[in-house]
Design a protein around this ligand. Sequence first.
Ligand code: PMT
Length: 351
Amino acid sequence: MTETPTSPMLSRVHTSAPDTDSAIDRTIPEFPAATPIDEDNYFRLHKPPPYLSQISRDVAEFINFHHKQNRKVALVTSGGTTVPLENNTVRFIDNFSAGTRGATSAEYFLENSYAVIFLHREFSLLPYSRHYSHTTNCFLDYLAESPDGTKVEVDDKFQKKMLVVLKKYRYAKDQNLLLMVPFTTVHQYLFTLKLIAQEMSVIGYDAVFFLAAAVSDFFLPSSRIPQHKIQSKEVGGKLVVDLEPVPKFLRRLVDSWAPIAMIVSFKLETDDSILIDKARAALKRYNHQLVIGNLLQTRKKQVVFVTPEGERWVKLTPPQIKNRIDIESILVPEIISMHGDWIQSRKEIGL
Ligand code: PMT
């Protein structure tokens, strides 16, 4: 069983767990998938992030490096996107995602010989360092003073596990297997996703898209964002926010940005009675290979794979839960096996 530090500071209370009984009604139908016109409007009317050309160079170099070695590449998206309410942003709308799913899954892709582009919310959890950076797992609790009080050392209790994590991290770094690409806003996420997808088209079916990020459903178009901090006097003490739906670009990803790659999306719900129907509807709407359904309350213990052939639950057993096995250690190898079948099927039709 994994050792974790104990400290009187470490409360077992989690304030981030929402009251799911009062969540919004998710039974209403989703917005339609984005069309080429929606894509054109969105990317024409919004300015690209200024650093995009740097990311383009880094991604192209990374893809070429691994393409030459016939290595498969996973794009793992992770964490939540923000929706700024002001250009000089003081206030923004955010969501709950800490990036656990994405950071953990990236580690299992790396362990299975994939290279990983980790498109993540800046300051969310990262592969390997996630073991020590969570606020309920303060890294200082893993450290101790040396016997003579002059140095910092890893506490004996944690040496063994930390050495394993450190070796894997160093290996990924030294072999250039992990490219970190950050985003914060939904706008940065969409521009960067499109760019990376297009760069990855060079490797065709050797690419897998693992879209675990929690992307905002609504945003404030740049034409309506105030430049400076909204003054409470100006809005008469009330702030009324009128948001637009974010175009559902998954369809554009499947049809145009990455038409030969294998695409895995996630469906998050809070009501188990609608999860599978919603996941199946997403599969039909976007026409890709796999939707992984998960419930907010149980997402770390069970997920459901929904494919055109049917659905199948992946659940941790009670001993696995007790031993803190990551569910991603089961679901990522299953996806990799499906990716192998996908590649085979593409070869058979001559792609
Ligand atoms: O980070 P953790 O705390 O570990 O939580 C992990 C998770 C619960 C966030 C993750 O497992 C998960 O379910 N992620 C997807 C949640 C989500 O955004 O669902 P959605 O129904 O809004 O979007 C479904 C898919 O459509 C996403 O894969 C997204 O890539 C895509 N999408 C969404 C919005 C948009 N404008 N365009 C899209 O293409």
